[in-house]
Design a protein around this ligand. Structure first.
Ligand code: PAN
Ligand code: ZN
Length: 183
């Protein structure tokens, strides 16, 4: 059995004290995610993980700091994934910045929700999810999900999402993804 513990989250930056496991994603890790080519060492996002046993009796928790920027007209975003165990759900709580949460089912339905400080987004089982930073500062959010969920990145790498969030003439626009399922 796990002993109770407490961590302190910096809600502005996403940093977790006293310790967490850091995953970093740079432009070079995002090849294929955007219509335009991308490469280089520039940081796109960082995930600070609090590791517990990956069982369905524990909750995995983490913060994500998604930087602001664009590749072509597409905003910086996370890779996005289905949970490997498809019916595992998740909640996000945004603490800083401004984003969109793109969610999609395997049969092509999609929902796009706002992410602003205080927004709690509920991601039901079966919905792939990707966060997009549409603001001009880092987007920071806390996530909690069922411990044995796992991450299936391959399906999204192959299919993409049904829609993209792009910078339009007067701000963010949700447009059909011309590459959806065309691999
Ligand atoms: C989140 C994501 C995190 C990074 O913690 O893992 O925001 O996004 P990618 O995993 O798509 O790179 C989550 O949804 N965990 O299940
Ligand atoms: Zn997830």
């Amino acid at each position: 059995m796990l002993d109770p513990f407490t961590r302190v989250i910096n809600v502005a930056s996403g940093d977790i004290a006293p310790d967490s496991r850091l995953v970093q994603r740079r432009l070079s890790d995002m090849k294929g995610a955007y219509a335009a080519d991308c490469d280089g060492a520039e940081m796109v996002y960082e995930v600070f993980n609090i590791d517990v046993a990956q069982t369905n009796s524990e909750l995995q928790t983490c913060t994500t700091r998604l930087y602001n920027g664009r590749v072509g007209n597409e905003y910086y975003m996370t890779k996005g994934h289905f949970h490997e165990v498809r019916d595992r759900s998740e909640v996000y709580l945004t603490t800083s910045g401004h984003g969109r949460l793109v969610m999609a089912t395997e049969d092509g339905r999609y929902v796009v929700e706002e992410m602003r400080p205080g927004s709690m987004n509920y991601i039901p089982g079966g919905w792939a999810h990707r966060s997009v930073n549409v603001g001009d500062e880092p987007l920071v959010f806390f996530a909690a999900y069922i411990g044995d969920a796992g991450h299936d990145y391959g399906t999204i790498e192959d299919w993409g999402f049904p829609v993209l969030v792009v910078e339009g003439a007067s701000g963010p626009e949700v447009v059909p993804n011309p590459r959806y399922r065309r691999t």
